[in-house]
Design a protein. Structure first.
Lengths: 260, 267
């Protein structure tokens, strides 16, 4: 763990060497989701609701998913850009070091410019929360926290799966974007607005539903039943990372250097 | 002119090499298309007012958008050109006995064309045979289709002319990121990539109609579905031509201006 923070600190310092570029990129990262959010706002202005969901309810959903996405892009960027490690043959170096490959790849890159995106989604989150009539309790606050944390873990899991594919294909696969960028686009609306089969895939295979739908209904007071159970659903979703981790281990064992 | 044609041809062939990448892109765009259609479907389901564009027209609009994404995206860029400018290798380009603007224009045009040619057929083909209501529909008549082709091609020429400004601006800023973001975010928003222009609020529509971005993508797609009447489409073609000539002239002027002041450091 100390090693991880050392990686974090060094990379932060190195990115800070190019200060102007850092700030410009951060500002850019602010405006990309901003335009998407503006689109969402205009749609609600015209239609008023989406299958019974109000604007601020969807805004909350949007904020949670984008927070999770930006955090995972910041901290798990190493897996996202993993194919370059393989192509250059740098993964050999990782293997000879006496630390776990997971930690080293995770620490190989951080993208701090995502702070712009983070800021944008935080503003949306606060805006949505102040405009929603929620009766707050400790359980609900914990649920909200779990939603974001579990979202980060799910996105990280997808990055890991995509990175593992590189052991066989060498090249990075654009298909993985379906689940990261596509998953983000999709999960910014509550899951039940989609067709049944889409909702099922994204609840049972890739558990976005446990992040953005079930606990969201609980926070908004749309459910009856056991509170604790709803609080724990995001945790169930975060179990997704365990098989991803195992697949990663198998992948590492199959690694063959490109030898360049 | 012959030089530019051969640059175009060469680049087209290079672009066609990346077939597997294109296939992956197709899969992504399909997913994307489905998601957006379902979102709009959900919005339309319980609406009490009649929306300004019907769901059927909207679905066609979205599939066309996905198929011709390379014609819309301002993000789609040539890093080689950026490197040329920032590293100083631009000196070699200046030695060539061709006009730089035309040379780059042909190069960029070919990139977008090859990328779209590879991707549009599978997407359009499958989109036609999808079960209802997700399928794409044929244009109402043959004249509309011809108008669509004309406007689409003019739109492409226009887009490349717009993107040339991106590269020109790098001569001044030396870092592509700032202008890329500015062009990318505003351009794509006002081209109707995030929400179709008819669904925007009125005040925003007015802004979008003045800017050139909307003529690159939104206009041809709506001509296709018949949402824009034929008589209006013909007027639109002339507006497109006007924008195109104006932007080409401005771009050439700007490029010649920055080239006069360009400093190549040795190395």
């Amino acid at each position: 763990m100390t090693l991880y923070f050392k990686y974090l600190l060094i990379l932060f310092k190195s990115q800070m060497q190019y200060r102007t570029s850092f700030w410009l990129l951060s500002i850019g990262q602010f405006f990309i989701p901003f335009s998407v959010f503006a689109g969402l706002y205009f749609l609600f202005e015209r239609f008023g609701q989406i299958k019974g969901w109000e604007f601020f309810e969807v805004a909350l959903c949007f904020a949670v998913i984008h927070l999770a996405f930006s955090l995972s892009e910041c901290f798990a960027r190493g897996f996202d850009t993993f194919s370059s490690l393989i192509i250059k043959g740098d993964f050999d170096r990782v293997l000879v070091r006496p630390r776990s490959t997971f930690l080293q790849v995770l620490g190989s890159k951080f993208e701090f410019t995502r702070i712009g995106r983070l800021l944008q989604s935080s503003i949306v989150l606060i805006w949505a929360l102040t405009n929603l009539p929620i009766e707050w309790s400790l359980v609900k606050a914990v649920t909200l926290f779990f939603m974001i944390a579990s979202g980060v873990l799910i996105f990280t899991g997808i990055y890991m799966l995509a990175a593992t594919m590189c052991f066989w294909t060498v090249q990075g696969l654009e298909v993985a974007n379906i689940f990261t960028d596509g998953g983000r686009e999709m999960a910014q609306y509550p899951l039940n607005i989609y067709q049944k089969w889409v909702a099922r895939i994204f609840t049972y295979v890739i558990p976005f539903g446990t992040v953005n739908y079930l606990p969201l209904m609980f926070i908004l007071g749309k459910t009856q039943g056991d509170e604790i159970l709803y609080m724990l659903t995001p945790l169930a979703g975060s179990l997704f990372i365990i098989p991803c981790f195992l697949v990663w281990q198998i992948g590492v064992r199959h690694y063959r250097s490109t030898g360049s | 002119m012959k030089v530019y044609a051969s640059v175009l041809k060469l680049r087209l062939l290079i672009g066609m090499q990346y077939r597997s990448a294109a296939l992956a892109g197709v899969a992504t765009q399909f997913f994307w298309g489905f998601i957006s259609i379902m979102v709009f479907e959900a919005f339309y389901e319980h609406t009490s007012i009649t929306p300004p564009i019907s769901l059927k027209e909207l679905i066609t609009y979205i599939w066309l958008q996905q198929a011709f994404l390379a014609f819309i995206m301002l993000w789609f860029r040539d890093n080689e050109l950026f490197d040329l400018i920032t590293s100083g290798n631009i000196a070699y380009e200046l030695c060539r006995p061709t006009d730089l603007y035309g040379f780059w224009y042909a190069k960029l045009l070919a990139q977008r064309l090859s990328s779209a040619l590879l991707r549009c057929y599978p997407i359009l083909l499958v989109a036609f045979f999808l079960p209802k209501p997700y399928n794409m529909t044929l244009p109402p008549n043959a004249i509309t289709f011809i108008l669509f082709i004309i406007t689409l091609l003019l739109g492409l020429l226009l887009l490349v002319a717009i993107s040339m400004f991106l590269y020109i601006s790098v001569f001044i800023t030396l870092s592509p990121m700032g202008s890329l973001l500015l062009f990318g975010v505003t351009g794509e928003f006002f081209a109707g990539l995030i929400i179709p222009i008819p669904l925007m609020p009125l005040w925003l529509q007015k802004i979008a109609y003045v800017l050139p971005f909307r003529w690159t993508a939104d206009f041809p797609f709506r001509v296709y579905s018949g949402h824009i009447a034929q008589s209006d489409a013909i007027i639109g073609v002339f507006i497109q031509l006007g924008y195109l000539l104006g932007l080409l002239w401005l771009g050439k002027l700007a490029l010649n201006n920055v080239l006069k002041r360009v400093v190549v450091q040795g190395g």
